[in-house]
Structure formats: structure tokens, C-alpha cells
Design a binder for this molecule. Structure first.
Ligand SMILES: Nc1ncnc2c1ncn2[C@@H]1O[C@H](COP(=O)(O)OP(=O)(O)OP(=O)(O)O)[C@@H](O)[C@H]1O
Length: 472
């Protein structure tokens, strides 16, 4: 996928390796820089904030303990806007890769890499970067004191310490990943890693190798042994996101692993025991989830020992004022803007809004208000919500109904009908057309972000950025 706004930094002392990665990646991403001298990293970070860093773990010739790379990882992690880091290692060294993951890397790649795998890893990192800012989200508290959120928090507190598999259900942007991470943090595995895998984005051809690992030579591109996600998350939690997007064949493979509690890496002749707690999530509604043509019931019963349902924001409006204030504060600090209050009338309308993109959309809207708001107080127009501009036909989503074309289109919580509604807009600016195209694609995919991105031919990361830009 192409993402012209993405900024990637490759940090590797081997100029040939750095150059090869640059050639591969710059066809896809806007800015791809290389550094071969780790001593120059600090200076680079003073002037630029890369979205993703490909970080070699060994610099000094002969040194293979990864200590140098791990120190650089620590430096990257404390940046004001920490990039997502993909660790590069020339050795099939699972303990080192796991150490890098524990210290905050989001993924690891073994050199020499498979090009498709490297691009997929960068795409996945960009998607995660777009969804949330790395530093703040790692410790973002689950906000909300509504009865619904109180019961979600109580569930987390009681199931966290058990090793039971948990399935988190809810529309896009309601906080499923945040809940998964809170479960991990309150579990006995909290010292281990919580590794997220977007199951909908795993190509069928590399599904097994990605999840279960492979042995060198097991297929053309398997140039070295590789640990899969199950091995990398050992001792911790594996967060299987977007499980509703898995093909039935992939579901069968996952089921076998969960039943046997062991994986067989591609090309290996013996299985390996696994030690992971599984938390899964989907935005599929439960009617679809219980449809055997969509999801295997036997896999469902393995995954949903405990189910946590997170209601959409429009069904827990009490949480909205607190979330608004929280994210306005977060972005005032981030952009070093003065603290401002929210006009009372704006607050009232924002509480009534349908919030089709849930908390993620609210967060984006707050960021926009902090950046663009010019008045003494934040007004409704600063939040840039479709159909909510002051003076325009009136707020959408009153009493939970989504009346505006945009809101209705963007709301993935509908009745599941996949017929794309026609969009009739008088506004023919490129931006308005883009917004309408996104809304239509969201509607056609029932709010499913991965499907929408595929329909529009952009990466999930690019789609999330556009959702934020348009306040969808
Ligand atoms: N209760 C909450 N308190 C604070 N922030 C929240 C809350 N719920 C969600 N968020 C924020 O909203 C954004 C989306 O949350 P998250 O990624 O967990 O949602 P999701 O349901 O997993 O979305 P998707 O289905 O699209 O992957 C994140 O930036 C997260 O920090």
C-alpha cells in the first residue's frame, strides 16, 4: 500500500542493507531516510519525528548481543512522539527479538528479509501508529464512569488474573485494544509482552509462517529460521485483533493450535508447546459471529470463554464530557497550546452527537479542535464533525439516531445491509468527495476498517489518518 505521508527511518550500519531497504520502501512511503552511524540518531530525532524506525540491533562488528540496538530502542522510546520500532537482527535469535519486543519494539524481522514481509511489517506499524500515539497509549487509562464502562472495568479486574481466553466485542474505535491491554496489565503475565496481531491483514499465503514461524529453507523465501507470533508472545498475551476477518481456512488452522496448545513451525517436524493467553476482538455483530458460514462455532467457543462487550459511545453518553476534557488536555500538552474551556452549548451538542467512529473519532476531533481552534473557548465548529457545523441543519445523532447522510454512512452499527447508499452532495471539492467516498466504503463494509481500506485501495494507516482528517 502507498502512504505518501509516512516517514520511515532505517538505522543499520551496513550501508548496502540500509540502501536495499530504502530502495524497497521508498516506492511505497513518502519519506524513507537511512542512518548508518547510530551516534547520529539523537541529532536526527531533534529535527525529525519518524513514524517507523527499522532498527538494527548489532552495530559493532562481531557483537551479536543486541545491547547497542536495545540502548537505541530506549532512546527512541522516550521521544516526545515515539516511533514504532521494527527490530532487525541478522541472527535468528528469538530471545533477543523477544527482549526488543519487551522493550517496546512492535515487531522484529530477521535479515536477510523477505520483501513482502518487511513491507507488511511497516504497514502494520503505520496502522498502529495512526490508531494511537505509542507512548501515551501504552499507558492510556480506560476512561469512563458510565455504568457500562464500570461493568467493563469490573470484568477486566475479575478475568485479568485468570488465564481464561477473552473475546472483546464492539464497533470500531470503542476501545477493544485498550481493554485487551488492560486485561494483560492486570494478569499474572503482565511482565511478559502483549503482542497484537491484525488477523484480518495476514495474507493467507504467509498465515502459518507469521503465526507459527518457519524453518530455514522450508520455502523459497525462508532464508533463516523465524519465530512466529505464538513463540514471540510466549509467557505473555497474544491479542488477536479483527478475528472476524479471518478466512475459514485460517480459522481451522488457528483452532487446531488452540486445541492442542502447540504449534508446528512451517518446515519443522516437531510441534512446540505454546504458553500464551489469548485475547481476541472483532467488530462483527453477534448475529454474524454466530453464523457458521462466517465464523466456525468450535473456534468461537475456544475464544469466547469470557466475552466483554463494549457499547458504542452513543449508548454511554455520560462518558463523553470526561473523554472530551481528557483528550483536549492531552493535545493541549502535546501541541503546547494554552488550556481552554469548552463552550457549554458545544458540550451539549457533542454529547448528543452519534459519534459513529466512537472514541477514536472523538479523539481525532479533539486533536483538530486543539490545533485549529482560535477562540477563547472551544466552539462546536472547531471539532469539524460532519453535519455539526454551527448554523447547519442541526446536530446529527440526536437521541441515538443517525440522520445525516455522513453519519449514517459512517456508522458501522447498522443492520448489516451492505448496500452502499448513494451519496448526493452539493459540495464537489476534492476533500468533500474523498469524505463521501470513505463514508460510502465504510457503509459498504459495514464499518469494517480493513475491508474499507481494501475497497479504497489505501492502507489502514492512511485510512485512519483520513478518518481523523474528516472527523468521521
Ligand atoms: N475508554 C477509553 N478511554 C480513553 N481512550 C479510549 C477509550 N476507548 C478508546 N480510547 C481511544 O480510542 C482509540 C481507539 O481505541 P482502540 O484502538 O482500543 O479501539 P478498537 O475498538 O480496538 O478499534 P478498532 O476496532 O478500529 O481496531 C485509541 O486512541 C484509544 O486510546
Amino acid at each position: 500500500m502507498h502512504d505518501a505521508t509516512a516517514h520511515i527511518l532505517i538505522l543499520d550500519d551496513d550501508a548496502d542493507v540500509a540502501c536495499a531497504a530504502q530502495l524497497l520502501l521508498r516506492r511505497r512511503y513518502g519519506k524513507v531516510a537511512t542512518l548508518t552511524d547510530p551516534a547520529r540518531l539523537s541529532r536526527y530525532l531533534q529535527q525529525s519525528a519518524p513514524d517507523v524506525v527499522l532498527l538494527d540491533l548489532n552495530f559493532t562488528p562481531g557483537r551479536i548481543d543486541g545491547g547497542e540496538g536495545l540502548a537505541l530502542l530506549d532512546l527512541l522510546r522516550v521521544q516526545p512522539q515515539p516511533p514504532f520500532v521494527i527490530a532487525l537482527t541478522a541472527y535468528a535469535d528469538v530471545p533477543l527479538a523477544v527482549e526488543a519486543l519487551k522493550r517496546g519494539a512492535c515487531d522484529f524481522i530477521t535479515k536477510p528479509w523477505d520483501n513482502a514481509r518487511l513491507v507488511a511489517a511497516v504497514d502494520a506499524a503505520l496502522a498502529r501508529r495512526a490508531v494511537r500515539s505509542a507512548a501515551s497509549d501504552a499507558c492510556t487509562a480506560l476512561m469512563g464512569d458510565s455504568p457500562a464502562m464500570r461493568s467493563v472495568k469490573a470484568m477486566i479486574a475479575s478475568v485479568g488474573p485468570t488465564d481464561a481466553n477473552v473475546m472483546v466485542l464492539g464497533e470500531n474505535g470503542v476501545g477493544k485494544e485498550l481493554v485487551a491491554r488492560a486485561i494483560h496489565a492486570s494478569s499474572r503475565r503482565a511482565d511478559g509482552i502483549c503482542l497484537a496481531v491484525d488477523m484480518g491483514a495476514l495474507p493467507e499465503s504467509t498465515f502459518e509462517s507469521e503465526l507459527f514461524g518457519h524453518r530455514k529453507g522450508s520455502f523459497t523465501d525462508a532464508k533463516s529460521d523465524r519465530a512466529g507470533r505464538f513463540q514471540a508472545a510466549s509467557g505473555g498475551t497474544l491479542f488477536l485483533d479483527e478475528i472476524g476477518n479471518m478466512a475459514l481456512a485460517a480459522q481451522a488452522k488457528l483452532l487446531t493450535v488452540l486445541e492442542r496448545r502447540e504449534v508446528t513451525p512451517v518446515g519443522a517436524d516437531r510441534p512446540e508447546a505454546i504458553n500464551v493467553r489469548i485475547v481476541s476482538a472483532t467488530n462483527l455483530d453477534e448475529v454474524k459471529l454466530f453464523d457458521p458460514a462466517v465464523f466456525r462455532p468450535d473456534l468461537l467457543f475456544r475464544l469466547n470463554t469470557i466475552v466483554i462487550r463494549i457499547p458504542p459511545l452513543r449508548e454511554r453518553r455520560e462518558d463523553i464530557p470526561g473523554l472530551l476534557r481528557h483528550y483536549l488536555d492531552v493535545y493541549e500538552r502535546q501541541y503546547q497550546r494554552p488550556a481552554r474551556t469548552l463552550e457549554a452549548s458545544a458540550r451539549e451538542l457533542l454529547v448528543q452527537y452519534a459519534w459513529p467512529g466512537n472514541v477514536r473519532a472523538l479523539r481525532h476531533a479533539c486533536e483538530r479542535a486543539v490545533i485549529l481552534g482560535a477562540g477563547a473557548e472551544y466552539g462546536l465548529a472547531d471539532f469539524g464533525l460532519p453535519g455539526m457545523d454551527a448554523g447547519v441543519s442541526g446536530p446529527v445523532g440526536m437521541a441515538g439516531q443517525a440522520h445525516s447522510a455522513n453519519t449514517a454512512l459512517a456508522d458501522g452499527s447498522g443492520d448489516g445491509s451492505a448496500t452502499p447508499p448513494r451519496i448526493v452532495s452539493d459540495d464537489l471539492t476534492l476533500s468533500a468527495l474523498e469524505r463521501d467516498a470513505i463514508a460510502a466504503a465504510l457503509a459498504a463494509s459495514n464499518g469494517n476498517i480493513s475491508h474499507t481500506a481494501r475497497l479504497l485501495g489505501v492502507s489502514r494507516a492512511a485510512l485512519y489518518r483520513k478518518l481523523g482528517k474528516h472527523g468521521i
